[in-house]
Design a protein around this ligand. Structure first.
Ligand SMILES: Nc1ncnc2c1ncn2[C@@H]1O[C@H](COP(=O)(O)OP(=O)(O)O[C@H]2O[C@H](CO)[C@@H](O)[C@H](O)[C@H]2O)[C@@H](O)[C@H]1O
Length: 468
C-alpha cells in the first residue's frame, strides 16, 4: 500500500512533542512491513533542512482566498530516515524557526494542506490512503470529499489520528473564503459550535478515526474539550491503537546520546554511570533516589502542581531525594520551578527549555519518572522510561493506564488515581521506599527493560485498519 502521512511534526526534522516521535517512527515500521509510507510535512527553517540533500519534485502556485502563494516541494535524497520525506516550502509562511505559535498559524497550516492536495492532484496515480495527524492536517478529509478541484481525490480513504483532542485549531467563519470552492450546502461539515474547527471537521469527514490508546478512546466521550458528543456520535468508525516507540532511536545499548550505554545485563553499572554523570552536571546527590519530570509544562501534564509537590517532597525528606525537571511551557510554572532552586541546593535542579540529548540522559540516569497528567492520550515518556530502566510514576489515565501496572498488582510502576499534590506526594514516598529495597528495584527494572513496546504491532494494526 502507499500511505501518505501528513503532519506538522516529524522527528528528527521538527519535534515539539510526542506527535513528532510518532510520525518519525510509524512510517518506518510500515515500510518494514513491505508498504510504501511517506511523510509530507512543512519545510521549516531547521538544521535538518540545512544539513541534508534534497531534490525539487514540485513547483507550483497555491491559492489561499484571494492570495496566490508559491510552493516548492523537496524530497530528501537518501531515504536515510527509513521513509521518503517530502518538505513543503512556502516562502514567508512555512520557512520559520518554530513549528507553532505564530499569529498566522491558521493561514500557514491551511496553505500547507492546500499545497499538498494540489501536488497529489497532479500525480498520475492515487495513493491508497492519506493519514492525517491532528488538527493541522484536519481539513484535508473535508477538502478531498468536497472541494471541486479535488473531486478526483474523493475516493482516497482518509484516516485521522487524534494525538490530543485538547488542541483543535479553531478559527472564525470570516476565513471561510480561504478554502477552495465547494458546495455551500456542505459547510456544516467544517464547523463546531461557533467556528470552523479543523479537528471536528476531520472527525466528521475522515473515513476512520484513531486515538493513540484504547483508554483515551473511552475517555474522549466525556473529556474532549467540547467535542465529546461528536466523538460519541462517530464512535462507530473509531479505533484506539496504542502508540509504540522507535526501538532503534530509544535503545540504551546503542543510544549515542548517553555517556554510557547499557543493556539488561549491565543495568546496575550502566544506570549508575549515567546517574553519576547527570548528578555531577546538575549538582545532585547520586546516592539518593532521583525523581524526574520531562515534558511540556502545561496543565494537561499536571505541571502546575509540580512546584508544590516538589516543595513538600523536598521539605519533608530533607536531603533524602533528588528532583530534576526538564521542560518548558507556561511561563508562570517555569518561574515557580526555578524559584525552588535556592531552597534545596544539592537536591533539586531544573533545565527550562527543550533539549533532546538531555532527555535521553535523564531517561537513562533517573530512578523514577513522574507523569501526573490530567490528560494523557498515550504518553511516550513512560515507555522510554521503561526501556531505560527508570520506574514510571503515573496517573491512571489514558495511555498511562494502558501501559503501566502498579507494583502492588504485580507490575513494574507506581500508579495513582488523581492529579493532586497529595496523590503524587504519596507516590513519591512509595518510590523512596522501593528505592531502599535494592533487590526488588533491580528485579523490576530488569523486567521493565525487556517489555516490548516497539512499533511492530501498532504498524500492522494501522495497515489492517486502512484495509477495512
Ligand atoms: N523539554 C523537553 N526537552 C526534550 N524533550 C522533550 C521535552 N519536552 C518533551 N520532550 C519529549 O517530547 C516527547 C513528549 O511525548 P508525549 O507523549 O508526552 O507528548 P505530547 O503530550 O507532546 O503528545 C501528544 O501526542 C503523543 C503521541 O501520540 C501522545 O503520546 C501524548 O499523550 C499526546 O499528548 C517525548 O519524546 C519527550 O521526551
Amino acid at each position: 500500500m502507499e500511505i501518505i502521512h501528513l503532519s506538522a511534526e516529524c522527528y528528527p526534522i521538527a519535534k515539539v512533542g510526542g506527535l513528532g516521535d510518532v510520525v518519525g517512527a510509524l512510517p518506518k515500521y510500515q515500510n518494514k512491513l513491505g508498504h510504501v509510507a511517506k511523510v509530507v510535512m512543512p519545510a521549516y527553517q531547521t538544521k535538518f533542512l540545512q544539513e541534508n540533500e534534497f531534490e525539487v519534485c514540485y513547483d507550483g502556485w497555491g491559492k489561499l482566498g484571494f492570495q496566490n502563494f508559491p510552493v516548492r516541494i523537496f524530497r530528501e535524497k537518501t531515504n536515510k530516515l527509513g521513509f521518503d520525506l517530502y518538505l513543503v516550502h512556502i516562502a514567508g509562511l512555512m520557512d520559520r524557526e518554530k513549528v507553532y505559535g505564530y499569529d498566522d498559524d491558521t493561514e500557514r497550516f491551511l496553505a500547507y494542506q492546500i499545497a499538498v492536495l494540489d501536488w497529489i492532484s497532479q500525480w498520475e496515480h492515487r495513493p491508497d490512503v492519506i493519514h492525517c495527524h491532528d488538527h493541522h492536517t484536519g481539513l484535508v478529509p473535508f477538502m478531498t470529499a468536497n472541494c471541486v478541484q479535488y473531486r478526483h481525490l474523493s475516493q482516497i480513504p482518509t484516516v485521522l489520528t487524534i494525538h490530543n483532542a485538547q488542541y483543535q485549531g479553531q478559527f472564525g467563519w470570516d476565513k471561510l473564503h480561504y478554502l477552495p470552492a465547494f458546495d455551500a450546502w456542505n459547510a456544516g461539515q467544517l464547523g463546531w459550535k461557533d467556528s470552523i474547527n479543523p479537528l471536528a471537521s476531520a472527525i466528521k469527514c475522515a473515513w476512520k478515526i484513531t486515538t493513540v490508546s484504547p483508554s483515551y478512546l473511552d475517555e474522549i466521550s466525556y473529556n474532549a474539550n467540547g467535542l465529546e458528543s461528536l466523538l460519541a456520535q462517530e464512535r462507530g468508525k473509531s479505533v484506539g491503537i496504542l502508540n509504540g516507540i522507535d526501538n532503534e532511536v530509544w535503545n540504551p545499548a546503542t543510544d549515542p546520546m548517553l555517556p554510557k550505554n547499557f543493556a539488561i545485563r549491565t543495568l546496575e553499572n550502566g544506570k549508575r554511570a549515567n546517574k553519576e554523570a547527570l548528578c555531577s552536571v546538575f549538582n545532585l546527590n547520586a546516592d539518593k533516589p532521583l525523581f524526574t519530570f520531562i515534558g511540556r509544562l502545561v496543565g494537561e501534564k499536571g505541571a502546575d502542581l509540580l512546584p508544590e509537590i516538589f516543595y513538600h517532597a523536598l521539605n519533608n525528606n530533607r536531603g533524602e531525594l533528588n528532583i530534576l525537571v526538564l521542560g518548558s511551557g507556561d511561563p508562570e510554572v517555569e518561574t515557580r520551578l526555578e524559584q525552588l532552586k535556592p531552597s534545596f541546593p544539592g537536591n533539586y535542579n531544573t533545565y527550562i527549555g527543550y533539549n533532546e540529548q538531555l532527555s535521553h540522559q535523564i531517561y537513562a540516569g533517573a530512578d523514577f519518572l513522574l507523569m501526573p497528567s490530567r490528560v494523557e492520550p498515550c504518553g511516550l515518556n513512560q515507555m522510554y522510561a521503561l526501556r531505560y530502566g527508570t520506574i514510571p510514576i503515573v496517573r491512571r489515565i489514558g495511555g498511562l493506564k494502558d501501559t503501566v501496572v502498579d507494583i502492588g498488582d504485580g507490575g513494574f510502576g507506581i500508579c495513582h488515581d488523581q492529579s493532586s499534590v497529595w496523590d503524587v506526594g504519596h507516590a513519591i514516598w512509595r518510590g523512596m521506599e522501593l528505592f531502599k529495597d535494592k533487590k526488588r528495584s533491580k528485579e523490576i527494572r530488569k523486567f521493565m527493560m525487556q517489555l516490548d513496546h516497539s512499533w511492530d504491532r501498532a504498524a500492522q494494526q494501522y495497515i489492517d485498519l486502512y484495509q477495512i
